[in-house]
Design a protein around this ligand. Structure first.
Ligand code: BG6
Length: 498
């Protein structure tokens, strides 16, 4: 239990202004991401007063439907997301008005003519001042075509220009180093880096941002945050769900591209980085880049030893999945960061679908005490090492595990924990990651978005691993039962250095 000590609004809390007037254009608006995340996040921002009153959302997709039907669909999506008791019809009715829909093929120039006309009309009707945030929530294969058409239609204005134009690109950003480089090079022909927002929604999570605060706003942790005190680090992203209806997407992605290349490496970079000079976007992103550049490359033999892939039983029977699929749905990796701070400390990454529970967390396991001072009597034998855990989700919080004397006449030792729980401490669930990220993109703050060099660096490290398994697909797939913690070989990998 942690008591919150600061006042309700700490004096040093910088109140950021509302988002500026703008139109958000969502390509792929009839898709899952739009229904489940983007529109509900915009609705929440609106309800919380974070949007300007001069805003509009324009959905673009192939589906032939009207703006009225789009509003009805989004109404249903947001109502489902909020649940009956949290859904406020009056707020929806004010929000509803801001939604428009433009049907059309992404490759067809006529789509962009209609889009441009709609945006100009909305500029007049709603006072949007011409500012545009384009969100590419489509499969990656469409990115290049959409950007070229937007450019040809004169809709991508130069940087540092008023009104502004920004583009958010959904992950996965490419499928290997070559395609990521190609996409980056293509983007650079139509936009400036300052206009490109490569999204990784993990960075929008309160608890992921709190890794920086825990490390750099406290004096107590930083001195032990290195190879002298840390024995190993574990980063886990376990999900209970399987691939569900996303079989087609997942077959082309797999866990290494879907979770490891982006979410896990972002969390690893925040955990391992040096203190930045300032908290500005570029200083933070430069420090993260240095960690990615320091990831130790793995030879083919090391890949076989230090990377374990898995596929859950039943994956091959999911819709749109090949009956002979070799796509991994689980990965465990032993990774080293070759720099002064972390030399020799293994970072274990494990992520998977259809595991027993949803847990995303980072744990620093500290070195054992140097001397078993309390003798070798039974009750003292099991002195455990300290573990600092940052629980990213669910039960968001931080806990420190340490040893304590068990009350009584004997010298008995037991493991206890100090625990900080977000909901208990601050009240209310942490906001959805997309809310923060959309707001930051509208405000032009790129701190929580991936920079070109970092994306290429993470692909540089992971592409040989992906290619190794594409050339030598695991022969034991499927190799774990749903509801278990992955293949047994993965457990051995993690236990090897303990
Ligand atoms: C997405 C992946 O990026 O992250 C999904 O494509 C995964 O496969 C999801 O389920 C997990 O996100 P969260 O926020 O639920 O942990």
């Amino acid at each position: 239990m942690v008591t919150r000590i600061s006042a309700t609004t700490p004096p040093n809390l910088e109140r950021k202004p509302k988002a500026p007037s703008c139109a958000m254009v969502v390509f792929g608006a009839s898709g899952d991401l739009s229904r489940r995340k983007l529109i509900p996040a915009m609705h929440q921002l609106f309800a919380g007063g974070s949007l300007s009153e001069h805003f509009a959302i324009v959905g673009v997709a192939r589906r032939q439907t009207s703006s009225e039907q789009f509003r009805r669909d989004m109404h249903q999506a947001v109502a489902e997301r909020r649940g009956d008791e949290n859904f406020d019809t009056a707020t929806w009715e004010r929000f509803d008005d801001s939604l428009e829909y433009v049907p059309g093929e992404f490759a067809d120039p006529a789509t962009y003519v209609r889009l441009s006309e709609t945006l100009e009309r909305l500029d007049h009707e709603r006072g949007l001042q011409g500012n545009r945030l384009f969100y590419l929530a489509t499969p990656p294969t469409e990115f290049e075509c959409i950007l070229n058409r937007l450019s040809e239609a004169g809709m991508l204005r130069p940087p540092h220009h008023s009104p502004w134009t920004r583009v958010i690109i959904e992950k996965p950003f490419g499928r290997d180093l070559e395609s990521a480089r190609h996409l980056n090079a293509m983007l650079a022909t139509v936009l400036d880096e300052s206009q490109i927002f490569r999204i990784d929604h993990y960075l929008g999570k309160e608890t992921v941002q709190n890794i920086l605060v825990l490390r750099f706003a406290n004096a107590i942790f930083e001195p032990i945050w290195n190879r002298r005190y840390v024995q190993y680090v574990e980063i886990c992203a376990a999900e209970e769900i399987g691939v569900g209806s996303r079989g087609h997407f997942y077959e082309q992605t797999g866990i290494l591209r879907d979770i490891v290349q982006n979410h896990m490496l972002e969390v690893l970079a925040l955990t391992a980085m040096e203190p930045p000079i300032t908290a500005t976007a570029d200083d933070i992103r430069t420090e993260k880049l240095k960690v990615l550049n320091a990831l130790r490359d793995l030879t083919a033999d090391q890949i076989e030893q230090d990377v374990v892939l898995g596929q859950y039983r039943g994956y091959r029977q999911e819709p749109n999945v090949s009956p002979a699929s070799t796509t991994p749905t689980y990965a465990a990796l032993r990774v080293f960061v070759d720099n002064w701070r972390w030399q020799g400390v293994p970072f274990y990454l494990h992520a998977g679908k259809k595991l027993p529970s949803r847990v995303t967390e980072v744990s620093l396991h500290l070195q054992p005490v140097p001397l078993r001072l309390f003798g070798s009597r039974d009750e003292c034998r099991s002195v455990e090492s300290n573990v600092l855990t940052m629980r990213i989700q669910p039960n968001e919080g931080i806990s420190l595990r340490f040893e304590s004397k068990i009350p009584g006449h004997e010298m008995a030792i037991g493991t206890v924990a100090m625990d900080m729980d977000y909901v208990e401490t601050f009240g209310g669930e942490p906001a959805e990651a997309y809310e923060r990220l959309l707001l930051d993109a509208m405000r032009g703050d790129a701190t929580l978005f991936s920079r070109r060099d970092a994306v290429e660096s993470s692909w540089t490290w992971i592409t040989p691993i992906i290619q190794h398994f594409e050339r030598n697909p695991p022969r034991d797939f499927p190799n774990y039962d749903p509801g278990t913690w992955g293949p047994s070989r993965a457990r051995q990998l993690i236990e090897r250095d303990r």
